[in-house]
Design a protein around this ligand. Sequence first.
Ligand SMILES: NC(=O)c1ccc[n+]([C@@H]2O[C@H](COP(=O)([O-])OP(=O)(O)OC[C@H]3O[C@@H](n4cnc5c(N)ncnc54)[C@H](OP(=O)(O)O)[C@@H]3O)[C@@H](O)[C@H]2O)c1
Length: 192
Amino acid sequence: MRKITANVYMTLDGRGAFPKYPEQDRPLTEPTALFRHMWFNRFDDVTTVVMGRRSFLGHQQTWSEKALKPGEPAWLLDYRRYLDRVDKVCLSHRLKSTDWENSRIMDGDLAGILTKLKREKGGNILIEGGPAVVRECLRRNLADDYWFFVMPVVYGKGPRYWGPMDGQATLNLIETKPGEDKEILLHYEAVR
Ligand SMILES: NC(=O)c1ccc[n+]([C@@H]2O[C@H](COP(=O)([O-])OP(=O)(O)OC[C@H]3O[C@@H](n4cnc5c(N)ncnc54)[C@H](OP(=O)(O)O)[C@@H]3O)[C@@H](O)[C@H]2O)c1
């Protein structure tokens, strides 16, 4: 059965934002260990990436190979190429078409969409934001596991991941991994 994982990029106060902090901004000649763990090591495993419309358009604009910036480190090209070739699902009621290759648009109830994707052939499924979609997964306990990438900042603004829940969600801690840049990865699976 295909596993559904949600990536949750959050500040310490549970906001979906990418604030600047000293370590975050240093130029990298190779991916950090956490980035490698979250992405490169999963390239073979994850064959579908799901995103809300805003994140999908943001990723296309920033991370497709067409958006390549001159002089950037070569390892980022591998990430761009992965995002171009992977099967991508953009969740949207209003978008009718997309020119990002290997992409399709789906709408409807999120639980129904995820059930449908699970039934398709393929590897694992990654929900790569945005916060609105991930918040719905957390509220309704829709993902099989969650990778919380926690940044060392209390930000006080940006979309919240935590809010009212449909019921208690119990999670089982699988691993913790500190990053070189003061972030921490918390990997939990849902208990069902
Ligand atoms: N990993 C990340 O991508 C990430 C992480 C942290 C912060 N952020 C930031 O968060 C912002 C975007 O996040 P967001 O939470 O506002 O937006 P989002 O989750 O990327 O997209 C929300 C949109 O997805 C569509 N959608 C969601 N569920 C749907 C469903 N079941 N069926 C059909 N369409 C559905 C709707 O689009 P329609 O209006 O088209 O129906 C909705 O307006 C960006 O500024 C980004 O930089 C992103």
